[in-house]
Design a protein around this ligand. Sequence first.
Ligand SMILES: [Zn+2]
Length: 199
Amino acid sequence: MAVTTTLAARTGTAFQVSQGGTLRVINTYGSQVVDTWAVARQEPQHGLSMAHTRAMLGRLTVKAGDELVDDRRRPILHIAEDTSPGVHDTLIPACDPVRYQQLGRKGHHDNCSDNCHRALAESGLPDLLTPVPAPLNLFMNVPVNSDGDSVLLRALTDVVVVLPACPQDLVPVNGDLQQPRDVEVRITDAPGKQAEEPS
Ligand SMILES: [Zn+2]
């Protein structure tokens, strides 16, 4: 069974995905960066690690077919499909309050780090991501030339995937209009339960 939800601009949500299930992130408006964290549900002290993933892959970017690993080098997610035309960033840390202060913002600005902590707290998992590790920045550095690109992630263990739609509107990371947008997220159960298969 598949469940589709909208991840509202500037917010973050934690999604439960069981082993073998998939999570599709659909870039509805073609320009929104989605930070991506994944935490092993049974061992929430371990999560997706971009540093370990880069070392395992032997390169700086990820693509369809890649297995992404946690900080023990254990596979945690598989990129089953990617219809986007460009690369996804693995190097840039999540935006946080200091980033917006440095950009001149006085007072509060929504940010991916706080949204990650809030989403994890709402999921019921202990939040052991302090500071938050570098996320997989889906659709970051991807040219803005088409709507509806999507990335299909398959869970290789039971995971909680935390997705903030980045609220950055002070630099053009979310497109030239600097307008954070909604994205769509579709969760599908493991094969055998009417799973969505990569086409
Ligand atoms: Zn952000």
